[in-house]
Write a protein of this length. Structure first.
Length: 94
């Protein structure tokens, strides 16, 4: 599991260096990204189950969208956790 969190830490660093948002705004946007990813899961499920028929989606697409949710959630957790630990270090008594 450590290597998984290492990959996530790399993604957070990559996002930090390329994002136009910073600080609390960047962390908030990473958490809100989960809403978008969950919407994509719902869309894929609607299509694959025939609720909104289209030949565009398969169960493999649903699985891929769920993986996006997991990774996005982990990035949000890592972003918030690193922020919390930095904040705690700044506020720690000397």
């Amino acid at each position: 599991m450590d290597s998984t969190w290492g990959v996530i830490a790399g993604l957070v660093t990559w996002l930090d260096t390329r994002s136009t948002a910073s600080g609390d705004t960047a962390r908030m946007l990473r958490a809100l990204k989960l809403c978008e990813e969950l919407g994509e899961v719902a869309e894929a499920l609607e299509h694959v189950t025939g609720t909104a028929p289209s030949g565009r989606f398969t169960w493999q697409d649903v699985h891929a969208e769920l993986c996006d949710v997991i990774v996005t959630g982990m990035v949000a957790i890592a972003s918030l956790s690193s922020s919390s630990s930095r904040s705690a270090r700044r506020q720690a008594p000397a």
